[in-house]
Design a protein around this ligand. Structure first.
Ligand code: IMP
Length: 191
């Protein structure tokens, strides 16, 4: 089973490659990109993006895209769908500065995967995990906000987890697992 993942982010691609290989899904990377609209809703961004990808698709391949965001409770969900811009501008240090002295550290990571093919309308799959914003950056694994997101009650940041550990529990894992279960049924029906 082959799926094309449209993303320029090699970290995301490798996480997804590893997660989906357990389901016998072979992932191929397409780095051509797509238009990412500005919206308060990650689902809306993904739906628009996957429709854009399908406009240029010339074959019957299955395509996925993914958008993720960090939602911090004490900041009313900021940076949320603006995570990419916020990471590029103020980064982890900026987030920790905004959180200085803030006792409520609760946060969640959300991943939304969008699937589409010439034979299917777009379908979205969501994964969410809860945790806390750490007081310092910790760990050298992963990417983005990983060093400041303590997963669940483990006390470990994603940055302190090995790639295997993160890929067994992350928001991306949950969303991709839902996609994989859907996709296996979809392929069976088409066979
Ligand atoms: P996007 O999904 O590529 O738009 O990601 C939004 C922002 O969140 C980027 O700055 C990413 O680096 C960051 N991000 C996305 N997924 C993760 C993750 O799994 N861990 C840490 N940061 C992430």
């Amino acid at each position: 089973m082959n799926v094309v993942f449209v993303t320029g982010n090699r970290h995301k691609f490798h996480e997804a490659l590893h997660i989906l290989s357990a389901y016998g899904i072979h992932l191929h990377q397409d780095t051509k990109g797509y238009i990412e609209i500005q919206s308060d809703s990650i689902e809306e961004i993904v739906l628009f993006g996957i429709k854009e990808v399908m406009k240029r698709a010339r074959d019957k391949s299955a395509y996925i895209i993914e958008d993720a965001g960090l939602f911090i409770e004490a900041l009313d969900g900021f940076p949320g769908p603006y995570s990419s811009y916020v990471y590029r501008t103020i980064g982890n240090r900026g987030i920790l500065k905004l959180m200085e002295g803030v006792k409520n550290r609760r946060a969640k990571f959300v991943s939304c995967v969008g699937f589409c093919s010439k034979d299917s309308d777009p379908v979205l799959f969501k994964g969410e995990v809860y945790g806390n914003i750490s007081w310092f950056e910790r760990g050298s694994h992963g990417f983005g906000f990983d060093p400041i997101f303590e997963f669940g009650s483990t006390g470990k940041t994603f940055g302190e987890m090995t790639p295997d550990e993160k890929s067994a529990c992350s928001h991306r894992f949950i969303a991709l697992k839902k996609f994989a279960n859907f996709f296996m049924e979809y392929e069976k029906e088409r066979a």
